[in-house]
Design a protein around this ligand. Structure first.
Ligand code: MRU
Length: 366
């Protein structure tokens, strides 16, 4: 997407030999800076410390992490070590395993001398496929937005009021290589002239909605309003939301969805108010090895993310402040599981499909 007239991907290379760079998302929305990843350790650290985050971008960064390892030492031992280190960074997004398995299968079949070039090639192809897939999700989502607007009547999305869409966390272009998953239909619809308004949930504890989604939508000129996570039920019950669309870190073969914590109560409130609840789910986020979402590991993170808030003060100085009584015990679950019965449909790069084993398998030939 464009930032001040320059097109950026969330991860990109430049020069020859390629330098791998990412946008440092820990600095947004206050500062836009890119940083270089020079070693597999840098890539692992960037994922662990959430310099990069979002399931597809985690996968892409891991693929480049392997490429960096192959550039410095293309042996079997180095490949195994890079995969071990990168696998251990974050547990929930299945894109990480998908990217590492793909790289490992390809590279093990090659001689060490062939590996560095092949690994960089693999990572670049993975990124291009991500961009293509997300754009396609945008196309299918746009048709979905149009049909929801048509059902609402009164020129909603056109001559009438805007179509009101609610999203959670950041499943935007910053969470992918470009376009985003849940945001791709928003960008496509806005670019096609549809009137949209996005309810952006702040997404405690790390505030990816407030800091990243609001920033992205603002950069693209899409009207949006930030609300606290708890306000969703109120808005849904008052008819202020036409549809909900979120991303996913791992969707099972049967359609259960793990996504940022708070997604499940949002889906419950949407169901209680008959508001469609959609999940933008690219193929690499589907875990074909499991059907029951309760098998998905749910990441637990540092309690400091709940007990403290980070931001910028009036003088532009970044600060982290404690918001609880000293010594308060906190548990920080990063994701939750939305059972398939609450999911209206999955929006994939291959089309919109029911969150059901058979339908999903048929669509992806699995
Ligand atoms: O903890 P994060 O910021 O990596 O969580 C991101 C999400 O939960 C996204 O919704 C998900 O990864 C899909 S991104 C297209």
């Amino acid at each position: 997407m464009n930032i001040a007239g320059t097109h950026y991907r969330a991860i990109f290379t430049r020069g020859d030999p390629p330098e791998v760079r990412v946008i440092d998302q820990t600095l947004l929305p206050h500062r836009f800076e890119t940083v270089a990843l020079a070693t597999p350790g840098d890539a692992a650290r960037a994922i662990r410390e959430m310099v990069v985050r979002g399931a597809p971008l985690i996968g892409a960064t891991a693929a480049y992490g392997v490429a960096l390892a192959m550039r410095s030492e293309p042996s079997d031992a180095s490949l195994a070590a890079a995969i071990r280190t990168l696998s251990a960074t974050r547990p929930t997004a299945v894109n990480l395993r998908w990217a590492l398995d793909g790289a490992a299968t390809l590279l093990r079949a090659l001689t060490p001398a062939e590996r560095a070039a092949a690994a960089f090639d693999f990572a670049a192809r993975l990124c291009d496929d991500d961009v293509r897939g997300n754009r396609a999700i945008g196309g299918h989502g746009l048709r979905l937005f149009r049909s929801v607007a048509a059902r609402a009547g009164d020129g909603v999305g056109g001559s009438g009021r805007p179509l009101n869409v609610m999203t959670h966390c950041n499943a935007g272009w910053l969470a992918t290589v470009d376009w985003g998953t849940a945001t791709a239909p928003m960008y496509r619809a806005h670019d096609a002239g549809m009137r949209l308004h996005i309810w952006v949930r702040e997404t405690r504890p790390r505030l990816q909605g407030a800091g990243l989604t609001a920033w992205e939508l603002g950069q693209h000129g899409i009207p949006h309003t930030l609300v606290s996570d708890g306000a969703a039920g109120h808005l849904l019950s008052r008819g202020r939301v036409d549809l909900v669309i979120v991303g996913t870190d791992r969707t099972t073969a049967a359609g259960d969805v793990a996504n940022k914590v708070g997604t499940y109560p949002l889906a419950l409130a949407a169901r209680d108010n008959d508001v469609p609840f959609h999940v933008a789910a690219p193929g690499p986020s589907i875990d074909w090895t499991i059907e029951d979402g309760r098998e998905i590991p749910i990441e637990e993170r540092d309690p400091d993310e709940i007990t403290r808030v980070r931001g910028v003060d009036e003088d532009g100085v970044e600060r982290s402040v404690r918001i609880v009584p000293e010594g308060t015990r906190a548990a920080n679950y990063a994701f939750d599981l939305t059972p398939r019965r609450l999911v209206t449909a999955l929006v994939t790069e291959r089309g919109v499909v029911a969150a059901e084993r058979e339908a999903l398998g048929r669509l992806f030939g699995r």
